[in-house]
Ligand binder design. Structure first.
Ligand code: NAG
Ligand code: NAG
Ligand code: NAG
Ligand code: NAG
Ligand code: NAG
Ligand code: NAG
Ligand code: NAG
Ligand code: NAG
Ligand code: NAG
Ligand code: NAG
Ligand code: NAG
Ligand code: NAG
Length: 439
């Protein structure tokens, strides 16, 4: 057995990798420096450089301090085991300046990870984004520039990530970008704020320009999309996921960029529980005209993009106290004002909601709003059984004459054969996050 700790003059302080054959075992600097949080990122880069092609990288059962951005891409035939805590620093000014671009909406990431034929196992380890600092500093603003996605899986083929546990993500927890055949199994995300500011934009999982994807057995507590299939996501299967306080399972938003069409096809969400979520199972697109946001922030300006959303299935959902269980909106960022709401250039077709049961927070079960320009063909409801929480308790709905569940529809082609019990017209100013009953 040959053991050679990598100690060179330049790396005495910064590297702590033990290499044995093609296995690199990582120890944190804190072990050699009396517990101080010296940056372990240089050691991590070194370990992947030495063992990232045809090797193994092991994070031992210790706390690693990650004080600088990680780029561990272009791995090949590599197995990674995470047994300790990966604690990302909360030096907001640093991350704002130094995170890596992911192109989409000018967002950035703290860790760019990827390769071909790569397996990652969280064997008792976890990722701690120390997001509270971000939540507090962000003060409920949306898409703050430079707020990094916790972990981005980029340019990967055959990547299997099991047991990834992200607590207090800085921003979106995971993002799959320009990749093929990527599976996240036994994923856990928990973004919970301990002050008056919310966990805005802490999506559990987002995908973009990627194909053949799996998310299975996940438990996500957060303040934004649980799982979101963004533009050019194809053949995504999401199965057995619990969404806690999040905004549910979604396609979108898409149609943000007039120069880049979005195609989302063959997506299935099944066996999902939404607990106290804002939305449950929904599709959201931008309006058809470009609108700039006064808040000037990254993801908040756009619209005018075209494309297609086709063959989407939401099935076997259990909703518990969900504000808007089922929605389709063609103007997610203008609907509350009804400005340009009816102009979307996105075509949406072949969408099925089946076996959706449980309770809604208000008197609304579904709002399906398609634009005049692109009415939606082949929208199907099968076996939908949603009751408001109050109705299950025998209590009346507050301040409304509509004491039954409302299903509001607009521009659904073949509405009569769709299975949707439409009993109200979907207005062009119905919000994504309703705050009360429909009147
Ligand atoms: C190590 O840290 C402890 C407290 O964290 C401190 O009391 C001690 O003096 C430190 N030792 C050295 C050699 O710096
Ligand atoms: C990440 O590292 C790879 C080398 O593995 C390099 O080719 C690439 O340019 C780096 N990406 C960024 C965004 O720095
Ligand atoms: C961030 O970048 C700005 C402009 O380049 C620089 O003035 C500032 O010192 C940087 N801050 C950090 C923490 O790196
Ligand atoms: C993407 O990965 C492939 C190998 O799978 C590699 O050849 C290519 O250089 C990578 N592209 C970038 C931009 O890193
Ligand atoms: C999420 O974390 C909070 C505290 O940060 C904790 O109270 C809560 O139990 C956690 N939720 C889950 C589902 O683990
Ligand atoms: C921030 O947003 C959260 C979640 O939406 C909300 O609960 C909280 O009241 C908001 N905080 C303030 C101070 O407005
Ligand atoms: C569903 O996922 C949970 C983890 O969130 C897991 O405990 C459970 O065993 C999974 N159920 C099935 C049928 O695999
Ligand atoms: C989606 O893919 C199409 C090609 O199929 C491409 O033209 C378009 O730019 C992509 N959209 C985005 C947002 O990258
Ligand atoms: C629709 O997508 C599902 C996967 O979500 C796939 O199994 C099915 O074959 C697709 N149907 C069509 C007609 O492409
Ligand atoms: C959708 O699924 C069908 C059936 O598996 C397949 O033939 C088709 O190519 C898929 N579409 C896309 C865009 O991947
Ligand atoms: C449900 O009933 C309670 C008690 O009457 C009432 O305070 C509450 O506003 C009702 N909720 C809705 C959504 O109408
Ligand atoms: C009751 O509903 C009406 C609209 O129908 C609204 O104008 C009014 O503000 C509501 N009252 C309360 C107390 O919420």
């Amino acid at each position: 057995m040959i053991l050679w700790p990598l100690v060179t003059l330049a790396s005495v302080v910064t590297s702590h990798v033990v290499r044995e054959g093609n296995t690199c075992t990582l120890y944190p600097e804190a072990l050699r420096h009396n517990g101080t949080g010296i940056d372990d990122s240089p050691s991590i880069h070194r370990a992947f450089k030495l063992c990232g092609k045809g090797g193994n990288v092991i994070f031992t059962d210790n706390t690693f301090h990650i004080n600088s951005a990680l780029n561990t891409t272009n791995l090949a035939n590599c197995d990674v085991s995470v047994r300790g805590e990966l604690r990302f620093s909360d030096d907001i000014a640093y991350w704002r300046n130094n995170s890596y671009s992911v192109v989409l909406q000018d967002q950035v990431t703290a860790w760019l990870f990827g390769g071909k034929d790569v397996n990652v196992h969280f064997d008792g380890g976890w990722y701690n984004g120390q997001g509270q600092a971000w939540y507090t500093e962000n003060r409920n603003t949306s898409n703050q520039p430079g707020r990094p996605i916790s972990m981005t899986f980029y340019n990967s083929t055959n990547l299997f990530v099991d047991g990834l546990t992200i607590i207090q993500p800085q921003f979106w927890a995971t993002f799959v970008w320009q990749s093929q055949n990527v599976s996240l199994t036994n994923l856990v995300v928990n973004a919970t704020s301990n002050d008056q500011w919310g966990t805005m934009n802490t999506d559990g999982y987002d995908s973009w320009n990627s194909d053949t994807l799996l998310v299975e057995n996940a438990y996500i507590t957060n303040g934004d999309d649980c799982v979101a299939a963004k533009g050019n996501t194809t053949n995504l299967l999401v199965r057995n996921v619990t969404c806690n306080h999040s905004t549910g399972m979604t396609i979108g938003s898409v149609g943000q960029n007039p120069k880049k069409p979005d195609y989302v096809q063959n997506v299935t969400f099944e066996d999902v529980r939404c607990l106290g979520c804002t939305d449950g199972a929904y599709i959201k697109t931008w309006q058809g005209t470009y609108t700039s946001s006064s808040s000037n922030l990254n993801g908040d300006s756009g619209g005018g993009g075209h494309g297609l959303i086709k063959n989407i299935t939401f099935r076997d959902f259990e909703m518990t106290n969900v504000a808007l269980p089922i929605q389709l909106s063609q103007c997610i960022y203008t609907e509350s004002t009804s400005k340009s709401c009816n102009t979307s250039k996105m075509q949406i077709e072949d969408v099925t909601w089946a076996n959706i049961k449980g309770t809604s927070r208000y008197n609304v079960a579904a709002s399906i709003y398609c634009s005049d320009l692109h009415p939606c063909p082949n929208i199907n409801f099968e076996n939908i059984d949603i009751r408001s929480v109050n109705s299950t308790l025998g209590l009346p709905m507050y301040n409304t004459t509509l004491q039954h569940e409302v299903y509001q529809c607009k521009n659904v082609i073949g509405q009569k054969s769709s299975g949707i019990p439409c009993n109200h017209v979907a207005p062009d100013n119905y919000p994504q996050s309703p705050l009360g009953n429909i009147h």
